[in-house]
Design a protein around this ligand. Structure first.
Ligand code: SF4
Length: 748
């Protein structure tokens, strides 16, 4: 059924009094199990890591769901357009409601019963593993899965499938920041403090983040800094909506964030802003770091990055002044992280924050702005190829023994580390790679770099199984598609960008024919002879997760659903039910490293993986826009969002456009050595004249990830999404559309 908007602020950040309703919904939608306030279910948004608090009021008589924002600490009564319209997902006419299989990929799907579909999957797994070994079956998860599903998926891979090959799309999101945080601080939690602390800071440097579009209610916290007389500095090749509201914009050349970070550290030292006491008492490695930074004097940094010396100095002055006053914060997001040197870039920015003595001070420190809804929790409990629950390392004998004990299996039966996301995809269908793949909560055909090659790898599989809400681009390539529950149809927990564990509450019944992914895993495990230990009850799974995480870095053992319900969520680490979760990290002067000190690590700038040249003379950078989330799988099914943003645009400077004979609205083909994509030219002086930008939420010919570079960061295995060399062509014909008339996509 089509959604009807009764009221609601559809374009603004935080229309606090408005509400948004879907009417004429097809099925009755009684409350299932929920925290009720005046008849409304309190839960959180379907999409990003801000996890805005919202209430869903279900009117059985009208069969409608009304969305209203809550005064939750991250959103304080605000929602973005995606949040306001999120209930539209619940009764989308394009929702999958029956399992589907086909005998060959040249045939159409046919609907079958769950028993038939699950038997096909289980038979495929058994025959693949009998012929090729356990690692021949792989699992690809997602950063939008609840903690319970992410945990169970990791266990399912290691215990039911006994495969080492599991990874997830969060590898494309925060993995560089995670790797850098772990090596510097011994812990990886997006923000080291509750988000409202940010508003109390005197200066914030945002490296490569555009929260005004990706998570608009976040802007309340940034704008509070500015409105109180503080500084907000944004480093981005584009003058984004976030940069527009900043006190200073550093319009650096794509791929030069690391050089800028080294240059800022140089000025910190040269101008006498280093916190010597802090460096001496709380850190190691400063001298090695300085030996590199000494080479990055301001004029050299200006030549490499394009950021004027005066702006570099102003940035350092602002951070030092902020530190001396209310506090100073350095934040990174995908713009700085999605590079083949992303881990080192974040490391350099952590070094900067440590040289200023920020981590552990009030309203100060380094943080990563997490992207996906459960990007934080999704990377803590075993979806990553090298991890076990609690952020434990899978090659650590003590960690293996602990988790194996909780799972009731001998430690030696647990597989070792597997392949990272893109390496896993590259290996699919190859001689020694997996022959069968199970996909949960991910549309890797749209979200992976060099994406048409990803489709080739999927085509080489013996069996592809996709669990999804919609017929995503990835599901459309599958042998088996299993329709699963979403967001307001299920209970569970999420961990937001602050490290706050929150409750996702069921408000409506799922459509008939749809199952939860916990049920799918339990049913498959039973068919594979592992009936015990795979509950379909999320509360039971969470209680097991607590035990599995106990003693780990991400310790959830003291967190219960009841505590989350009675508080505004609970921060991890939380090792005791009798003590509060640790909302602010490092305030006791110690870091969770072997010697209690933070580690500065010497890193140096290096060139991007693919420089521009005469054949490919323009830089491409990619990102998100206000109306869409990740691969667009969900948001491209919401009419209000597709009405507002139906197709991708290409931001191009008028000078560059003139050189190519292009005008506003022309179709532009962006071509790299890997592939091409088409979008509509949007002439703007907000972008550098050597760079074009295109958002990545669309599939087909509009998928810019056909163009992006899969060069990986050696530590985090993050692909270089954010910069590559391209050429531009003006085209006259429209790109091919999916049969539905709108370019279709999948989850994540
Ligand atoms: Fe909030 Fe993100 Fe949802 Fe927007 S998409 S309402 S910012 S959680």
């Amino acid at each position: 059924m089509q959604g009807i908007y009764r009221s609601g602020n559809m374009t603004d950040v935080d229309g606090k009094s408005a509400a948004h309703t879907i009417a004429n919904m097809a099925a009755e939608t009684p409350v299932v199990d929920a925290r009720l306030q005046n008849g409304a279910v309190e839960t959180h948004c379907a999409y990003c890591a801000l996890q805005c608090g919202m209430s869903l009021t279900v009117d059985g008589g009208e069969s409608s769901v009304e969305v209203a924002p809550l005064d939750f600490p991250t959103n304080r009564g605000g929602l973005c357009q995606k949040g306001w319209t999120s209930a539209d997902l619940l009764r989308s006419p394009r929702r999958l409601t029956s399992p589907m299989i086909r005998d060959s990929r040249s045939e159409p799907f046919r609907e079958v019963s769950w028993d038939v579909a699950l038997d096909v999957v289980a038979d495929g797994i058994r025959s693949t593993q009998a012929k090729h070994g356990n690692d021949a079956v792989a699992v690809f998860g997602g950063g939008g899965l609840t903690n319970e599903k992410a945990y169970q998926l990791g266990k399912f891979a290691r215990v039911a499938l006994r495969t080492s090959n599991i990874d997830y799309n969060g590898r494309y999101c925060m993995s560089s920041a995670a790797a850098a945080s772990n090596r510097a601080f011994g812990i990886d939690r997006g923000l080291p403090f509750p988000l409202p602390d940010l508003a109390e800071s005197g200066a914030v440097l945002v490296m490569g983040g555009n929260v005004a579009e990706t998570m608009p209610p976040f802007m309340q916290h940034l704008n509070a800094v500015r409105d109180a007389g503080g500084d907000v500095i944004v480093a981005d090749p584009r003058r984004t909506a976030t940069a527009d509201q900043a006190t200073l914009h550093l319009q650096l050349m794509p791929g030069t964030d690391l050089a800028l970070a080294l240059g800022l550290l140089h000025i910190v030292v040269a101008d006498g802003h280093v916190d010597r006491d802090y460096i001496t008492s709380r850190t190691t490695g400063f001298d090695d770091v300085w030996r590199v930074a000494t080479q990055w004097w301001p004029e050299r940094v200006e030549r490499v990055t394009g950021v004027p010396v005066a702006a570099q100095r102003a940035t350092v002055r602002a951070l030092a002044t902020g530190r001396a006053g209310r506090g100073a914060v350095v934040l990174t997001a995908r713009g700085a992280e999605q590079h083949s040197k992303g881990t080192d870039t974040v490391t350099a920015l952590i070094n900067l924050s440590l040289a200023l003595g920020l981590p552990g001070r009030p309203h100060s420190g380094y943080g990563c702005i997490t992207g996906q809804g459960n990007g934080q929790g999704g990377r803590e409990h075993g979806q990553k190829a090298d991890q076990l629950p609690g952020y434990r390392k899978i090659d650590d004998p003590a960690a293996r023994a602990h988790v194996a004990g909780v799972w009731g299996v001998p430690p030696e039966t647990l597989p070792g580390p597997g392949r990272s996301a893109f390496e896993l995809i590259e290996s699919l269908g190859t001689e020694h790679g997996p022959r069968s793949l199970l996909v949960h909560g991910s549309n890797l055909v749209v979200s992976s770099p060099r994406s048409h090659r990803v489709a080739d790898r999927l085509a080489a599989l013996d069996q592809l199984v996709v669990c999804d809400l919609f017929m995503s681009e990835t599901a459309a390539l599958a042998d088996v598609v299993l329709p699963v529950t979403q967001w307001a149809e299920e209970d569970g927990t999420m961990t937001n960008l602050e490290g706050r564990v929150i409750r996702r509450r069921a408000a409506v019944q799922p459509p008939p024919g749809v199952r939860t992914e916990l049920e799918v895993m339990a049913d498959l495990a039973a068919r594979l002879g592992r009936a015990d230990g795979f509950s379909a009850d999320p509360r039971v799974v969470f209680d097991e997760l607590r035990r599995a995480s106990a003693g780990g870095v991400a310790d959830y053992s003291g967190i219960t659903w009841e505590r989350i319900d009675s508080e505004d969520g609970v921060f991890w680490p939380c090792p005791s039910e009798d003590a509060p979760g640790r909302s602010r990290l490092f305030t006791d002067g110690m870091f969770p490293t072997p010697d209690g000190r933070a580690r500065l690590v010497a890193v140096d700038h290096r060139a991007i993986a693919e420089e521009v040249d005469t054949d490919y003379p323009v830089y491409l950078t990619t990102g998100r826009i206000l109306q869409h989330y990740q691969s667009g799988a969900q948001t491209r099914r919401v009419p209000a969002l597709t009405d507002a943003a139906a197709e991708p645009y290409v931001d191009i400077h008028p000078d560059l456009a003139a050189r190519h004979g292009m005008a506003n609205g022309d179709l532009v083909r962006i071509v790299s050595r890997r592939g091409d994509a088409v979008g509509k030219a949007r002439l703007t002086t907000a972008i550098r004249a050597d760079t074009v930008f295109m958002p990545f939420h669309w599939g087909g010919e509009q998928a810019i990830n056909r163009v992006t570079n899969a060069a990986l960061d050696p530590t985090s295995k993050m692909p270089e999404f954010k910069v590559c060399a391209v050429q531009l062509e003006r085209v006259d014909s429209q790109p091919a559309m999916e049969p539905s008339g709108a370019v279709v996509a999948g989850q994540a």
